[in-house]
Design a protein around this ligand. Structure first.
Ligand code: PMP
Length: 372
C-alpha cells in the first residue's frame, strides 16, 4: 500500500462520519439582537410589557438551594394550576418548554405513527413555518392546503386527513382567526386522526377550541406563556386534551427527557396564573394599541386581514415589503419578513407599546414610497 493510498483512506474515513450525519432542515427564528433601549423590536410577537409582578416576587423568593434537586417530572404544581385555571382534570394537561416543545412532541406522538404506511398530515400553506420543519425532522409526509385569497380556511380541504391536521388559530403570520364552528367541522371530519389546534395567540381575540374537548377525543389544544403572559424567556407551553391523548404525549416525553421544565419555570408559571387581573389588563392594553395601529396603518394605505392576535400582517400597494423591512431595520425598527411566494408582499408587525407604534408610524409617514 502506498503512502498516497493510505492518505486517501484516511480522508475517506474522515468523510465517512460526515456522510452519516443527519442533515436537518431547521426553523429560522426572528432576529434576537442584544437588548438596546433604542431598538424597537416588533419581530417575534413578544409582549412589550413585563410579566406580572407576582412572577418577579416568585423569582425573588425562589430558594436556589432547591436547584440541587431535579424538578417534578410532570411539573405537578404548574399542571395542577393550569387544570384548575381551565376547569379540566390534571390528567388532561401536559406542560413543556414552550409550545414549540409541546408541538414537537405532539407531532412525534400523533403524526409519526408506527409502520411504513405514509399518511400525510394536512396544514395550511401559509402558517407557522415550524410545522414543515417538524414534519421533515420526523419524516412525516404532509400536504399544505392553500388558504383562500383572503387567507381564510376552506374546511372542505381538511376532510379525512390521512395522518392528522394542525391549524394555528388565530393563524400566524396572517393574524386571522377561524370561527369555532369551522374548527369543529374540521375536528368532526377527522375522527380517525388527531387534530392539533395551536392557540399561541388565542388570548388576543380568537375563539378557543377548549369547549370541543367535551365532545371530541381526537383534539389537542396547545397554548403558550410566551405572548399574552409576557414570558417568552421562561419557555412555558402546554397542551390540553383528553386523558388518553395526554398520557401518550407524556409517554413520548419520558422517552426523550424526563425533566423538561425547570423548578424556576414551574414557580414562575404558577405565579403568572395567580394574577388574572394583570393578565387581562396586559391583553387589553395590547388590543387597544392594535386597534389604534390598525387604524393609522389603514390611513397610510396598508391593508391587512383583521387581526385577532398581537400582530398585524400588512401589505401596501406602493411599498416593496422586503425593501421596507430592510429600511426599517436600518432605523432600528425590527419587523418580520417571510420571503415565500404568498407572503413576500407582506410584513408581520408585532403590536408593541403605544410609544413603539408612534415611532413606527412616524417612520412610515416619512417613508418616500408611501407618499402619493
Ligand atoms: N405557535 C405559533 C403559531 C407561534 O407563532 C409560536 C411562536 N413562535 C409558537 C407556537 C411557539 O411559541 P413558544 O415555543 O414560545 O411557546
Amino acid at each position: 500500500m502506498t503512502g498516497l493510498r493510505r492518505t486517501r483512506r484516511y480522508t475517506d474515513m474522515d468523510d465517512a462520519w460526515k456522510q452519516k450525519v443527519r442533515r436537518v432542515r431547521s426553523y429560522t427564528p426572528g432576529l434576537q439582537p442584544v437588548p438596546d433601549a433604542s431598538l424597537i423590536k416588533l419581530n417575534t410577537n413578544e409582549c412589550p410589557y413585563p410579566p406580572s409582578p407576582k412572577v418577579a416576587e416568585a423569582l425573588a423568593r425562589f430558594d436556589a438551594e432547591t436547584l440541587r434537586l431535579y424538578p417534578a417530572p410532570d411539573a405537578d404544581a404548574l399542571t395542577e394550576a393550569l387544570a384548575h385555571y381551565h376547569g379540566v382534570k390534571k390528567e388532561q394537561v401536559f406542560t413543556g418548554v414552550g409550545s414549540d416543545e409541546v408541538l414537537a412532541l405532539a407531532f412525534l406522538t400523533f403524526f409519526a405513527g408506527e409502520g411504513k404506511e405514509q399518511r400525510p398530515v394536512f396544514f395550511p400553506d401559509v402558517t407557522y413555518s415550524f410545522y414543515e420543519v417538524w414534519a421533515a425532522l420526523y419524516g412525516i409526509p404532509y400536504e399544505t392546503k392553500a388558504l383562500r385569497e383572503d387567507f381564510t380556511i376552506d374546511p372542505a380541504d381538511y376532510a379525512d386527513a390521512p395522518g392528522g391536521v394542525v391549524i394555528a388559530n388565530p393563524n400566524a403570520p396572517t393574524a386571522l382567526a377561524a370561527p369555532l364552528s369551522l374548527i369543529e367541522e374540521i375536528v368532526k371530519k377527522n375522527p380517525g386522526t388527531v387534530v392539533i389546534i395551536d392557540e399561541a395567540y388565542v388570548d388576543f381575540g380568537g375563539e378557543t377550541a377548549l369547549p370541543l374537548l367535551a365532545k371530541y377525543d381526537n383534539l389537542l389544544v396547545t397554548r403558550t406563556f410566551s405572548k399574552s403572559r409576557a414570558m417568552a424567556g421562561m419557555r412555558i407551553g402546554y397542551a390540553i386534551g383528553n386523558e388518553e391523548l395526554i398520557a401518550h404525549l407524556k409517554n413520548t416525553k419520558f422517552a426523550f427527557n424526563s425533566y423538561t421544565m425547570s423548578r424556576v419555570a414551574i414557580e414562575a408559571g404558577c405565579a403568572s396564573l395567580a394574577d388574572e387581573a394583570y393578565f387581562r389588563e396586559t391583553v387589553a392594553k395590547i388590543k387597544a394599541t392594535r386597534e389604534r395601529l390598525a387604524k393609522e396603518l389603514s390611513a397610510l394605505g396598508f391593508t391587512f386581514p383583521p387581526s385577532s392576535a398581537n400582530f398585524l400582517f400588512v401589505t401596501h400597494p406602493r411599498a416593496e415589503a422586503k425593501r421596507l423591512y430592510e429600511d426599517l431595520m436600518k432605523d432600528k425598527i425590527y419587523v418580520r419578513y417571510f420571503d415565500a411566494p404568498r407572503t413576500k408582499d407582506y410584513l408581520r408587525i408585532t403590536v408593541g407599546t403605544d410609544k413603539e407604534a408612534d415611532a413606527l408610524l412616524s417612520f412610515l409617514r416619512a417613508y418616500p414610497a408611501l407618499k402619493e
